[in-house]
Design a protein around this ligand. Structure first.
Ligand code: BGC
Ligand code: NOJ
Length: 880
């Protein structure tokens, strides 16, 4: 098990070259520190702000490498704690700031907002925390920002050092700008918001309580564990009306004014005056909390809020060691989460992404779906139906209990006819119709997430959970009923070729075959569709094939033979349709438009071949026997693959086609118009795995893997440690430039690709309804070529039982088995794959620990491998 190095509070500069601000001189902005599971940014002027997320439960902070970003509780729209101005210039200033005033004047140790030249700068983005250190003129300030697991408080732990030879006065001014909780109103309705802001100040702590008197029971708290010498709560007083964040009035003058905000823009700001001897340092913490008073008495006196919980929080973190203990807890938390899956491969980029950053990104997408990032404002999109189902695929091994609840929440936004709300708000868990709907793929993704969850956990009970349909108040139906309703809907909604209707669009939100929009003031997503249209989607057909096979497998496991047989019949019927009406000669057609013309066909002038139908038809089993599956993938290779990734389609649309919609509205090479949409690349990776082409899968995997491209930050621009939704394609003006990093389905699917497809660790249904299950899917060629070594090394199988093995966890209903070679063994195994042809595995382990290791892990011996089918076929995802 790879362990991160112990995280201390200081000494981060030890091996770090000094940063010097020489514009244009360096193309290197940072590097991975694998032992500490950190990305180290060595200069602040990154090509774009490089983001990290604080928090992993309910309270979240966005934190860039210069301390930018905002904080919210559960829902970035309805419970926004601090303000952020997207689309601003300069980017990424406002919500948080930390100023220093000393004998070198006013400066900021996180560089922004002052941007004074620093003597040293370093940002370490780690698992749930960021440590940003800046030094100037004999003062060094190290700030670690984090949210302890399970708590609604963002902590900034500050250490201020006097590295000069004289005793010095150093002033520290931490600052936040509050959002008045409801973010949309906050940024649009100033005739109201400029009159409602309210705060209280008690013992130097700022309580932001806008609207508390009426309908809210919550407030935000900004406090310091060190008694401040001054405070401000009015932005006009602290920053000024005509000044900017870079020359804010109060810190420039070296004095807060004690302002109390009434309306306008409430802020929290403190003045700390430190006197430090040469070499001395002082540490204290700033707290930014969200507190709900729940059923407590609301007021202590008229207009005086009950602050008992806030005081308790300040007292808790003012106790010696409390902040350090909270940080240690965070560190242990992530150690545990990542400990569930760790792999050794000969490829260090694969390892660092699969073992650390990819899983870390999966936590972000699970929590935030597509709601809050530097590209998603927190106001536009909540939790996506199809997005969340896919995000679950990369998350459920970490905290299956939360995955379970999410599946039930998602299912509850399905309607009784099978369609779904496309999005829901995390706070209310209610479907949100405002952003559009009628995507006829949505419901099928629920089958994928549910089956994956049951394979991971053995928790068959989830299928019996009673969940209503969103349009039938008080209705109760099992989750299994929801899955059946999903299948039935696609079967019912079919077009002239027998293919599924597309509705407003399928996974490709921009393939709007029914909206015919010509009105510039319309959003494509909400434009509405012509009634009775017969436009069809081959991609949905492929997804349907995949989903029916998954569900049939589940029925097999449950012993429901008739239901499994029925689904296999549906699969076979749809497969026939796909292989005839869906086949174009060298690849699968993408769709048929409302006039019945093919989209993504050789007969088209533009958009001749698309990714999505190739991926899903192959993954669903179409063309498996007659070579078409392979031919479709070879066509992807020939027409769509580039060294930066696979473009979504080609040739791009040069003109707007109203019968195709938004897909043709983007400039060529961007987004769905021939951009490299990383998310759908991953399905092709998986499809190559299925073909047994591990080398190609790995090559493709590396093409979009940010860690594999450390040499091109200036072109790529986005964070090098997480996937971006889109990389501009070869037809664009800026090929290779990434946009929309962090919140993308690429995270989950890449984890599926690397863990299940490439490394071959694939959960499957427990054998029997109880007990442990484990099934190794080992690289086929490795087994064939290196069976002897495997035997010699022995593979140790053990339950995921943290108490016994020191990592992992015991699961509720079914306990998941896990396979790994002993440490020494794994290293040696890794060595077996210098040029890995890594494919999904072949054979269930004979005498596997499914039941045996419930009592004790054991080392397998040669005879355990007797039944290995070394030349066997991949068991995944074979014909039914
Ligand atoms: C984008 C899609 C996105 C959709 C919904 C479109 O403009 O291109 O990627 O999913 O909007 O927000
Ligand atoms: C982004 C959306 O979040 C996702 O659901 C969609 O499938 C892709 N865009 C492709 O349009």
């Amino acid at each position: 098990m790879c362990q991160a190095g112990a995280i201390g509070w200081s000494g981060h500069f030890a091996n770090n070259a000094q940063w010097r601000m020489i514009p244009g001189m360096s193309t290197s902005y940072g590097h991975f520190d694998d032992a500490r599971r950190e990305y180290v940014i060595t200069r602040p002027d990154t090509p774009m702000p490089w983001l990290n997320y604080l928090g992993s439960d309910e309270y979240f902070g966005l934190c860039t490498n210069t301390g930018g970003g905002y904080t919210f509780w559960r829902d970035a729209k309805l419970r926004r704690i601090t303000r952020y101005r997207y689309n601003n210039s300069p980017l990424d200033t406002g919500a948080r700031a930390l100023y220093i005033k000393d004998d070198s004047g006013l400066w900021a140790p996180m560089w922004k907002p002052v941007r004074a030249k620093l003597d040293r700068y370093e940002c370490r983005h780690g698992m749930g925390y960021s440590t940003i250190t800046g030094a100037k003129g004999g003062t060094e300030v190290e700030t670690t920002l984090f949210i302890p697991p399970g708590e609604n408080v963002e902590i900034w732990r500050l250490t201020v050092r006097n590295t000069a030879k004289t005793r010095r006065r150093i002033q520290v001014f931490p600052y936040v700008e509050f959002c008045l909780f409801e973010a949309l109103n906050d940024m649009t309705n100033y005739q109201r918001t400029y009159s409602i802001g309210e705060v209280e100040v008690e013992d130097g702590a700022v309580y932001h309580k806008t609207e508390y008197r009426e309908r809210r029971s919550h407030y935000a708290l900004f406090a310091s564990t060190r008694k401040p010498q001054g405070f401000d709560t009015s932005r006009d007083a602290f920053v000024g009306v005509h000044e900017g964040m870079h020359d804010a009035k109060a810190p420039s003058a070296g004095a807060c004014t004690g302002s109390v905000a009434h309306g306008w823009n409430p802020v929290g700001a403190f003045q700390h005056d430190l006197e430090l001897a040469p070499g001395a340092e002082e540490t204290f913490s700033i707290l930014l909390a969200y507190i709900d008073n729940g059923d407590l008495p609301k007021f202590d006196a008229p207009f005086v809020m009950n602050k008992v919980k806030g005081r308790a929080l300040i007292a808790k973190y003012s106790r010696k060691g409390a902040v350090d203990a909270a940080f240690a807890k965070l560190h242990a938390h992530w150690g545990g989460l990542l400990g569930t899956f760790q792999a050794d491969s000969p490829d260090s980029e694969v390892n660092r992404m699969a073992n650390v950053w990819n899983q870390y990104q999966c936590m972000a997408t699970f929590n935030l779906s597509r709601s809050a990032s530097l590209y998603e404002t927190g106001i536009g999109r909540g939790m996506g139906y199809r997005d969340s189902n896919q995000d679950l695929l990369g998350f459920m091994h970490m905290i299956p209990e939360r995955a379970r609840q999410r599946i039930l929440d998602i299912a509850a936004t399905q309607l009784s006819d099978g369609t779904c709300y496309h999005q829901y708000q995390p706070l209310t868990k209610k479907g949100n119709a405002e952003i559009g709907g009628d995507f006829y793929d949505d419901h099928l993704w629920l089958i994928l997430s549910t089956c994956a969850y049951i394979k991971e956990t053995g928790d068959r009970g989830i299928l019996d959970e009673q969940i209503g349909y969103a349009d039938k108040a008080g209705s109760k139906h099992t989750l299994l009923h929801h899955l059946e309703t999903s299948i039935a809907y696609t079967l019912k909604q079919r077009g002239p070729h027998g293919l599924p209707l597309i509705g407003h669009a399928d996974w490709n939100d921009c393939l709007n075959l029914n909206c015919f929009s010509t009105e510039p003031n319309q959003s494509f997503q909400t434009a509405g569709d012509v009634k009775g249209s017969k436009a069809e989607s081959v991609m949905i057909a492929g997804l349907f094939l995949y989903a029916t096979r998954e569900l049939a497998g589940l029925y097999d496991w449950m012993g429901k033979k008739a239901a499994a047989k029925r689904l296999r019949g549906n699969w076979a019927d749809m497969k026939k349709v796909v292989e005839t009406a869906g086949w174009d000669g060298e690849w699968f057609v993408r769709a048929y438009d409302a006039a019945g013309k093919p989209v993504g066909s050789k007969v088209c002038k533009e958009g001749k071949i698309f990714i999505e139908s190739q991926a899903w038809c192959v993954l669903g089993g179409a063309g498996a026997e007659d070579g078409r599956a392979r031919q479709a993938l070879e066509s992807v290779h020939k027409h769509l693959y580039t060294s930066d990734g696979i473009v979504l389609q080609t040739p791009p649309y040069a003109t707007y086609h109203k019968e195709l919609g938004e897909v043709s509205s983007y400039p060529p090479g961007y987004k769905e118009n021939a951009g490299i949409f990383s998310h759908n690349n991953t399905w092709i990776h998986l499809a190559w795995c299925e073909q047994g082409e591990g080398d190609r899968a790995l090559e493709y995997y590396r093409s979009i893997c940010p860690a594999a491209h450390q040499d091109r930050h200036d072109t790529y621009r986005a964070e090098p440690y997480v996937y971006a939704q889109m990389i501009a394609g070869r037809d664009s003006a800026n090929p290779g430039e990434a946009k929309n990093s962090w919140l993308t389905g690429t995270a989950a699917w890449t984890f599926v690709v690397v863990s299940q497809g490439i490394l071959g660790i694939r959960p499957d249904y427990p054998q029997g309804l109880e007990g442990l299950h484990g099934q190794a899917h080992l690289p086929r060629r490795d087994l064939r070529d290196h069976g002897e070594e495997y035997r010699r090394l022995g593979l140790r199988h053990h339950a995921r039982d943290g108490r016994r093995q020191g990592h992992g966890r015991r699961r509720g209903a079914g306990v998941q088995g896990r396979h790994e070679a002993p440490r020494r063994g794994r290293a040696a195994l890794a060595g077996l794959r210098p040029s890995p042809r890594l494919i999904m595995g072949v054979a269930p382990l004979a005498g596997c620990c499914c039941r045996g290791c419930a009592t004790a892990p054991r080392v397998l011996t040669g005879s355990d491998f007797a039944d290995f089918d070394l030349a066997g076929q991949s068991r995944y995802p074979q014909g039914l």
